[in-house]
Design a protein. Structure first.
Length: 139
C-alpha cells in the first residue's frame, strides 16, 4: 500500500515535470486525461492544481463534484469550491489580461445561482458580464 502511494506520487511528479518542460499547465494535463476517458485522473490532477491556488482547478473540481464525474457527487462541496473561486479571484479589472479570470468567475457564479437560486449570484453575474464587455472593448 505504501509502495503504491510512493509509486503514484513519483509518477505524478514525473508527469507534471515532463509536461512542465513542454509548457503544459496542470489544467491542460487534467483536461487531456478527461478527454481520454480518465475522469479520476483528471480529478486528481485538478486537486493538485487547487493546491497551487488555481482558480480553474477549483472551478473544475466543483463541476466534477456537482456532476459526480470521476467521484461521488457532492453538491455541498461543489458549492464551497465555487464560493472559493469567488473568494480567491480577489480584484477583477476590466482588462484583457483578466478575461480568463472573469470567465472562470462567471462560470462559478452561474453554477452557484443554478444550485442555490440566490438572486445575489445572478446580480453579480450581470455586473461581471458588464465588466467583461468593457474589457473586450478596450484595446
Amino acid at each position: 500500500m505504501a509502495n503504491n502511494i510512493i509509486i503514484k506520487s513519483f509518477l505524478l511528479f514525473f508527469i507534471l515535470f515532463f509536461n512542465f518542460l513542454n509548457a503544459a499547465t496542470i489544467e491542460d494535463i487534467a483536461y487531456k486525461a478527461f478527454k481520454e476517458g480518465d475522469p479520476k485522473k483528471a480529478f486528481m490532477l485538478y486537486k493538485e492544481g487547487a493546491k497551487a491556488d488555481s482558480l480553474k482547478s477549483y472551478l473544475m473540481l466543483g463541476v466534477f463534484l456537482e456532476k459526480g464525474v470521476g467521484v461521488q457527487a457532492d453538491k455541498e462541496k461543489a458549492i464551497k469550491l465555487y464560493k472559493l473561486v469567488l473568494k480567491r479571484a480577489k480584484e477583477i479589472n476590466a482588462t484583457k489580461e483578466d478575461l480568463e479570470k472573469i470567465d472562470i468567475v462567471l462560470v462559478a457564479l452561474k453554477r452557484l445561482y443554478q444550485l442555490t437560486n440566490k438572486q445575489a449570484y445572478f446580480y453579480l453575474m450581470q455586473k461581471l458580464q458588464q465588466i467583461r464587455k468593457e474589457a473586450l472593448q478596450k484595446e
